[in-house]
Structure formats: structure tokens, C-alpha cells
Design a protein around this ligand. Structure first.
Ligand SMILES: [Zn+2]
Length: 85
């Protein structure tokens, strides 16, 4: 798993965590997007950012977003739990 170029140190804070599938909502007025922790695709609430994703998987503290592709690629090696909401 260390050979994937998207992996650097994420297992230190994302291994075994619980993720929820959510629509992206921006934390405040000035902070209008986040990035996937693995591939750096953008998440945004509005259509103002071209190609941005509007939903994905987020940690319980809301600090880390993972896109659907990366979720599927890494869910086994990272032993993620998925919250039912
Ligand atoms: Zn991704």
C-alpha cells in the first residue's frame, strides 16, 4: 500500500476511523472548499469551483474528507467504519 502515490502519512490519522457519507458543506463563509486527503480533488458546496465534488466521506470531527474513489480504493487497507446516518 505504500507504493500508491496518493499515500503518504494518512494512516497516522485516518487508520480505523469512522467515516460518514455526507454532502459537503463549507465550515464558514471564507472557507469554501476542502480537498480529498488522498487525491486532492476538491470538495465544494457551490458550483463556483469547476469539477468540485459535492459529497464524500468525512471523519467524525469534520476535518478530513475522502472522495468516493479513494474511499473504495483504501477502505480495506485503512479499516474504515462507515457510520449510518
Ligand atoms: Zn480522492
Amino acid at each position: 500500500m505504500q507504493t500508491d502515490p496518493r499515500i503518504f502519512n494518512q494512516e497516522k490519522y485516518l487508520k480505523g476511523v469512522t467515516l460518514s457519507k455526507k454532502k459537503y458543506s463549507q465550515p464558514n463563509e471564507d472557507w469554501d472548499h476542502d480537498h480529498c486527503e488522498f487525491c486532492w480533488n476538491k470538495f465544494a458546496e457551490k458550483d463556483s469551483i469547476p469539477d468540485a465534488l459535492h459529497e464524500g466521506f468525512v471523519t467524525e470531527d469534520g476535518n478530513h474528507w475522502v472522495c468516493e474513489n479513494c474511499f473504495n480504493d483504501f477502505k480495506e487497507s485503512f479499516s474504515w467504519n462507515v457510520a449510518n446516518s
